[in-house]
Design a protein around this ligand. Structure first.
Ligand code: FCB
Length: 432
């Protein structure tokens, strides 16, 4: 039985800072991740994105691999500091040229480009002025989006504004474990609001510039289970769902923040209407579920299987999440824009990488997506995180998520067993 139609999009995802390297080339400006990596103690083993997978130079080789894989779409992000090195003002044409070539080469290989406009690499000059905690950064985002869509809009149809506003705001501004490394919950609330506002404003710009555009935003969303049936645990699960999921879904789909979450965002007249700009698709990134007890405490399921990130493997929760999104928010379309797993991959004596745990993970999660489709969730695509092993933010190069292994000393690419499995899976589902 095949839960997936012929025109279902099978993709793989990446992000600029995690793969490109070439941080000082062709006029790119400094980003908050360059600065964060240069700050001792912030990133494991002092790793940085300075070289990463060297995708900036090796993308033709990578596109050849994507073609071999039979990929339908490639999700990547555009680095704001390549396009506007100072965050606003002067446009660096050489930065745009790179994405122009990338888009042309993807299309020539029959692969749909799925760019994300913001995957966390804010120009450092904007951070110096307050970063996402200030409203002027949302205005600068629109200034950045305009030349990008003007350059690529004739060829790119699917546009994503932001990747995971919750992570941008909370890990960057409240927990301090991502760039810019700040530690104030109110700043996280402010940052989240300005990210959402900039999404709504940018969605209007994209629609104006690219008449047939499909515009979306990517959220990290997690199904939340209470640790027990007790009233207190169920209330905790509802509160966690409010903070992590509804805080973002409600303004985007209903032009309101949930009234049961105790945050005070800096809302001005017209903001909520702007945030609720019509979107064509919701991107869902999902890696795990939450199990929560009274006091908002996360509970570990004894004996559960986990990935190398320590994340519980629980595909049924992905089905529940997707069915619920379709029912409660009725998005016109959903793409799973990230799903995947890190494991401690090694090259075997035969030269291959036999990542059978990742094959199991992908198989069970793709089945979970199929089950959600059968229950009515309007899902049109699935992207594996990630195409390549890459720079996993504060964890540096210690976590491997790719279906292609990267040997960092030589930058050689070695397709893992999961790559071959994914190729079989997606080609058997595509029309001959
Ligand atoms: C997501 C990010 C992505 C990657 C995966 C593992 O939160 O969007 O860049 O790091 O986690």
């Amino acid at each position: 039985m095949n839960a997936f139609p012929d025109d279902f999009t099978w993709g793989a995802a990446t992000a600029a800072y995690q793969i490109e390297g070439a941080v000082d080339e062709d006029g790119r400006g400094e980003s908050i991740w360059d600065r964060f990596c240069a700050t001792p103690g912030k990133v494991r083993a002092g790793d940085t994105g300075a070289v990463a997978c060297d995708f900036y130079h090796r993308y033709p080789e990578d596109i050849a691999l994507m073609r071999e894989l039979g990929l339908g779409a490639f999700r990547f992000s555009i680095a704001w500091p390549r396009v506007l090195p100072d965050g606003r003002g002067r446009v660096n044409e050489a930065g745009l040229d790179f994405y122009d070539r990338l888009v042309d080469d993807l299309l020539a290989a029959g692969i749909q480009p799925f760019p994300t406009l913001y995957h966390w690499d804010l120009p450092q000059s904007l951070e110096n002025e307050g970063g996402w905690t200030v409203r002027s950064t949302a205005e600068a985002f629109v200034e950045y989006v305009e030349p990008v869509v003007a350059r690529l809009g004739d060829r790119v149809r699917h546009w994503t504004t932001h990747n995971e506003p919750w992570v941008v705001a909370w890990l960057g501004y409240s927990w301090g474990i991502h760039a810019p490394g700040r530690t104030s919950e109110q700043e996280a609330v402010d940052a989240a609001h300005h990210v959402l506002l900039s999404h709504g404003w940018a969605a209007e710009v994209i629609r104006r510039e690219v008449p047939n555009a499909k515009v979306g935003i990517v959220l990290n969303l997690e199904h939340v289970d209470p640790a027990s049936d007790s009233e207190a645990d169920r209330a905790a699960a509802r509160e966690m769902d409010g903070r992590a999921n509804r805080w973002f879904l409600d303004p985007i789909f209903r032009a309101e923040y949930p009234d049961d979450v105790p945050f005070s965002p800096p809302v001005r007249d017209g903001d909520l209407e702007a945030i609720a700009a019509r979107i064509d698709f919701l991107g869902v990134n999902n890696y795990f579920r939450f199990v929560v007890r009274d006091g908002l405490e996360l509970v570990e399921t004894p004996g559960a299987q986990r990935t190398d990130m320590g994340w519980e493997i629980h595909p049924e929760s992905l089905t529940k999440l997707l069915v619920r999104l379709g029912r409660d928010y009725a998005p016109p379309s959903i793409y799973i824009t990230e799903n995947g797993a890190a494991f401690a991959d090694v090259r075997a004596h035969d030269g291959g990488v036999h990542d059978l745990e990742r094959v199991d993970f992908l198989a069970s999660h793709i089945d979970a997506v199929g089950a959600a489709r059968e229950q009515g969730a309007p899902i049109d695509g699935y992207f594996v995180w990630s195409f390549l092993d890459n720079f996993e933010w504060a964890m540096g190069y210690s976590k491997r998520f790719g279906i292609v292994y990267v040997d960092y000393p030589t930058l050689e690419r070695i397709p893992k067993d999961s790559f071959h499995w994914y190729r079989e899976r997606i080609t058997s589902l595509q029309p001959a």
